[in-house]
Design a protein around this ligand. Sequence first.
Ligand code: HEM
Length: 472
Amino acid sequence: RNTRLLPPGPPAHWFWGNAMPRVNIAHTLAEWVNTYGPILTLRQGSQVIIIIGRHQAATEIMEKEGGALADRPRFVAAGEMLSHGMRIHLSPYGEKWKRLRRAVHTHFQPKAAETYQPLQMFNAKNLIMDLLENPKEHQRHARRLAASVILRVTYGKTTPTATTDPEVKQIHKVLQNFQMAFRPGAYLVDRIPILKYLPGYANHLKRWREEEVRLFTHQLNRVRTDMRGGQAGPSFTRYLLDSVNDHSLCDEEMAYLSGALFGAGAETTAVSITNMIMAAACYPEAQKKVQAELDKVVGRDRPPTFADQESLPQLQAFIEETLRWRPILPIGFPHRAARDIIWGGYCIPEGATVFGSHWAISRDPDTFPNPETFDPERWLDNGKLRPDMSFFTFGFGRRVCPGQHIANRSLYINLALIFWSFRISQVPSAPIDVTAFSDSVIASPKPFEVNFEKRIGEQALRTMLEDYGSDI
Ligand code: HEM
């Protein structure tokens, strides 16, 4: 019954299923959506995969049927062998996920996220100082900024968090291991789960697991020790340890939950900022409008703050458009259908893996006419942000990103300060390779040459930013 009602899709090999390209998967999915319709079926072996590639279908399926899609598919290598079911992202829907999610949600809901604003301003100022010193390294600075904020938010870590900091390097290494284990098709065990019990199979996953357990436990214990000594600043981990009776998480769950936040929040934020710098360099007219708005609302005698956010719709539209134009998770994150879902005469069968494909949705011509055009104006009506426009930057339904309020604040304050301080342009001899970003992902994109011309005199800028934000 279900097979007859499956959405259409490209022909698949009877045993292997659909061949997937090695790169630019998101683009291939978008082409298939153009050919087969808003939702399509793929197969990997016997696994049915449903791709949702249009805005309306995503709203009606991923959002309205959110309850049926709160589950994740099984990840044997990354979720079971490496993480022993501890990573919130991969955790199946159930009692444990609810406990983990509640803890994150409570700490990062909008009101609570506000308490980190002074810290975000302080780090945004540091990014400006880094750009003044060495503008060519802007991508590295964005990574350092994002790592610094997330480590401070998660652990209250007070040591300088340069990307060369040994602890940051170790955290990156653990994240890289995870990304390797999570890569689609990387491990046969994801197709043949019984291999998990084969002695000697993928032994390195055991070694990687020991490394991450050691690191995450060490971080948790350090906060615990700081708390005993009365030296722990506010942080997510401190909150977990303080309210252990409310959320009933054991030590390993707390250690992994904090550890997971770095993976979730660091590269995503860094790549978003880099994409915005690239968009500014590629589209000077759009940048000019944001700067005219900053000049009118803020002026050049004081830096922008969070209090200005509501009065800067042009800047907000620029951010929204960049997040649509270069989605941070182009393929999306997998969900699992817990029951049959009927939509448009098709059936998404129970057990199917379902992706809301961010890239394909971002190219939906009905919602975003001329989707390849970078046009912040599409988000505005009479100079105000349109309430009827949305994109799914932070995912879908019950699994929507719980860090979105922190992330949005980071993007706003950094972009406001960058645009207020600099005019960004391409270096004529080395034009930006926009295609290098077309698969914009967690992996770092190819470098491109950008010029940061000061809009505010350097000394005046340094003086005005002296007391900007606080390191809590
Ligand atoms: C621009 C920055 C960010 C982007 C674009 C982003 C995007 C996403 C997306 C698309 C998902 C998957 C949603 C789904 O399954 O449909 C997700 C999940 C998640 N994000 Fe973010 N995120 C960002 C920053 C952050 C930050 C700063 C944090 C932590 C403070 C965070 C924590 C998480 C967690 C814990 C999950 C897993 C939720 C679950 O499975 O229940 N993210 N994020």
